[in-house]
Design a protein around this ligand. Structure first.
Ligand code: ADP
Ligand code: MG
Length: 251
């Protein structure tokens, strides 16, 4: 089976004391194994809600979510979540931070420990393994957070505005870095971002959402080869960004 993730007619409403908020109306898309999907849409349209549904943290009101052919149930540890704040613990070393997720999930074995440590080495954090996060630059912190997430071999990587807290130059460097690591590990990824050029430069496809309640307006294939930096320099990138902006503005 080539599809790692399929959402079919997913709807979700929040119920609070103030009433009901329809966040997702009819969301359908799928991601092939190893595919990198960017998700863009207006602020408050339901992007984070989609990731929460995919992670099994929220149950849809209607529709189905299949991860690797099986319905997504309770939080399952099969999806790795990385947020805007890197959430490294300052009082733990880089290696302790990396192993923490495995420990919490009771998956820390000789094999998983060795794999986690190999990721730390492979991605240039080896000399910081015994250091505390304060010694890392913003970019390296983000890399450490990614390595920690990859350490438990998630079937799916969920990135919610992961570069939002970084300044512009660091942001493009980190995007380059993170994209290369994800390609190397071959993990299926959903990236939520409000930055259209970033969505185009990182994704194999860009899922464009309507205003709340979210529906998929289009899935735009990024027909530009190469790394984010190479894509940024390509004329075609501008054309795709224009197309996506136009889709977002449609009524
Ligand atoms: P986005 O990530 O695209 O900015 P969200 O998925 O966070 O949007 O939110 C979609 C809508 O659902 C917003 O109107 C938001 O206010 C509402 N919402 C999000 N989380 C909750 C919640 N826990 N309870 C009630 N309403 C929520
Ligand atoms: Mg959000």
């Amino acid at each position: 089976m080539n599809e790692m993730l399929t959402l079919d007619g997913v709807a979700l409403s929040y119920h609070t004391a103030e009433g009901e908020t329809e966040a997702l109306k009819n969301v359908s898309f799928s991601a092939r194994r190893g595919e990198f999907l960017s998700i863009v849409g207006p602020s408050g349209c339901g992007k984070t809600t989609i990731l929460s549904v995919v992670a099994g943290l929220l149950r849809p009101t209607a529709g189905t979510v299949l991860l690797d052919g099986r319905p997504v149930g309770a939080p399952n540890g099969e999806a790795g979540y990385m947020l805007q704040r890197d959430t490294l613990f300052e009082w733990l070393t880089v290696s302790a931070n990396t192993l923490l997720g495995l420990k919490v999930q009771k998956k820390l074995t000789d094999e998983t420990r060795a794999y986690a440590m190999s990721l730390i080495d492979k991605y240039g954090l080896g000399e910081f393994a015994d250091s505390y996060p304060t010694r890392l630059s913003g970019g390296m912190r983000q890399r450490a957070a990614l390595v920690r997430t990859l350490a438990f071999r998630p079937k799916l990587l969920l990135l919610d505005e992961p570069f939002g807290a970084l300044d512009f130059q660091t942001r493009s460097d980190v995007a380059e870095d993170v994209r290369a690591i994800i390609a190397e590990e071959g993990v299926t990824t959903l990236l939520v971002t409000h930055d259209i050029p970033e969505a185009v430069c990182m994704g194999d496809r860009v899922i464009v959402l309507s205003p709340r309640p979210a529906e998929v307006r289009a899935a735009v294939t990024v027909d530009i080869p190469g790394s984010p930096a190479r894509r940024r320099a390509a004329a075609r990138t501008n054309e795709l960004c224009e197309e996506i902006w136009r889709l977002l503005r449609e009524r």
